[in-house]
Every structure is written in structure tokens, then in C-alpha cells.
Design a protein around this ligand. Structure first.
Ligand code: B4P
Length: 197
């Protein structure tokens, strides 16, 4: 198995690049943002609860997203590997993910971390907000709250994987194709190694 975390602040291109990477490497895409938006559109109890946090630009409580990931891992046993997009976003989520993967005799091979300036993040999300219909992109205050939440709770997740030398920084500015090439070059290199021994 090859398990990859695509990491970075809101708007850094995780969702955009994930679509291209799963097509190339046949990994199972697990995006907690997509899973939560699907719960919201189906108006489930979980979705209605999550929406209250997302609309303010806050993270959804750990137990909710960890439960969703646990179910997704159980429902996808025969896959070549997972691409985690937007998860883990807190230190607790990272620890839980490591435990869940260890129980399946596997681990995170690498965290690829997209680096994008704050100015560019805001520009991208404001632009997406003009067409996406996403309530969390709809005004700059909420976008700024999401970026603050990232600095407060999520940036530290990189330290967790840095301790085991699994973080590779990737320049996240440029064209979508240029960034895809940078990510693919790293994955091609890492897939030849066994990082879970
Ligand atoms: P997510 O769905 O994960 O989304 P995101 O961080 O906003 O965006 P992403 O980085 O995927 O950016 P994208 O490619 O779309 O999270 C949404 C919310 O869900 C969170 O705020 C939180 O409330 C909740 N949530 C999710 N996971 C959670 C968790 N684990 N724990 C707790 N809460 C959780 O790109 C953005 C825009 O930029 C797009 O319009 C794209 O077209 C454009 N773009 C991409 N690459 C570009 C490039 N190279 N140049 C120019 N524009 C580009």
C-alpha cells in the first residue's frame, strides 16, 4: 500500500491536485471536506451539526471526522493505497490515523505539504466563492477565520510527521500542471522505497 497525505492551508490546491493524483496513481481519495459536504447536502444529522462549524470557518470536532475516516477505511479494504486530503487537521486526528493504519499493518508513507502565500490563498478562495456556492467561501471574514484555524490547530500536524522524516515541502504556486509535476516527481521517487518498515 502507498498512503499519502496531501497537506496545506485552505485553498492551497489539495482538492484540485488530489483529483489529478488519484487518476494517475489509482489511490482511494478520502477528502474529509467532500465527505462533510456530502453529509450536508443529504441533510443528515452529522451534516447539520458539521455545517454549524464550517459556516464559521471552524474545524468540525475531531470525533466526527475520525469516525468518518474509520468507516471509509473499513469500507475500502482492497485498494492500492489512500490519498488523505484535508485530513488529519489536528494533532489528535494524526495520532488516531496512525493507530488506525497500524491496525491494518500499514502507515503514512509521506506528507506532501503545499506552500502558498496567504495573499494567494485569499485570492483563490474569494474567486471560488463567486461560483462554488460554498458557504465557507462566501465572504472574506470566514476565509480568514479558516486560515487562522489552520495556523492555530493544523500547521502543527506537519511537526508530527516531521519527527519521523516524512514531510516533503512542495511549492504550491504556479500553474496546476507545474504543481502536479512537482508532486508526481516526489511520489514516483517515494513509491520505490518501503517507508512503512
Ligand atoms: P476542505 O474541503 O478540505 O477545503 P479547502 O481546505 O478549502 O481547500 P483545498 O486546499 O482543497 O483547495 P482547492 O484545491 O479546492 O475543507 C473545508 C472545510 O471542511 C474546513 O474549513 C473545515 O470546516 C471542514 N473540514 C474538512 N476536513 C476537516 C477535518 N479533518 N477536521 C475538521 N474539519 C474539517 O483550491 C481552492 C481554489 O484554488 C479552487 O478554486 C481552485 O480552482 C484554485 N486553484 C487550485 N490550484 C490553483 C493554482 N495552481 N493556481 C490558481 N488557482 C488554483
Amino acid at each position: 500500500m502507498f498512503n499519502l497525505i496531501l497537506f496545506g492551508p485552505p485553498g492551497s490546491g489539495k482538492g484540485t491536485q488530489s483529483e489529478k493524483l488519484i487518476a494517475k496513481y489509482h489511490l482511494k481519495h478520502l477528502s474529509t471536506g467532500d465527505l462533510l459536504r456530502s453529509e450536508i447536502s443529504r441533510k443528515t444529522r452529522l451534516g447539520l451539526e458539521a455545517k454549524k462549524f464550517m459556516d464559521k470557518g471552524h474545524l468540525v470536532p475531531d470525533e466526527v471526522v475520525i469516525g468518518m475516516i474509520n468507516d471509509a477505511l473499513d469500507n475500502n479494504r482492497d485498494v492500492a493505497g489512500f490519498l488523505f486530503d484535508g485530513f488529519p487537521r489536528t494533532a489528535i486526528q494524526a495520532e488516531e490515523l496512525d493507530d488506525l493504519l497500524a491496525k491494518k499493518n500499514t502507515c503514512i508513507d509521506v506528507m506532501l505539504a503545499l506552500e502558498v502565500s496567504e495573499e494567494e490563498l485569499i485570492k483563490r478562495l474569494v474567486k471560488r466563492g463567486e461560483t462554488s456556492g460554498r458557504s465557507d467561501d462566501s465572504n472574506e471574514m470566514v476565509i480568514r477565520a479558516r486560515i487562522q484555524e489552520y495556523h492555530k490547530k493544523t500547521a502543527t500536524v506537519a511537526d508530527h510527521y516531521q519527527k519521523v522524516n516524512k514531510v516533503v515541502m512542495i511549492k504550491g504556486e504556479g500553474t496546476i500542471e507545474e504543481i502536479f509535476k512537482r508532486l508526481s516527481d516526489e511520489i514516483d521517487r517515494l513509491m520505490k522505497l518501503d517507508n512503512c518498515v
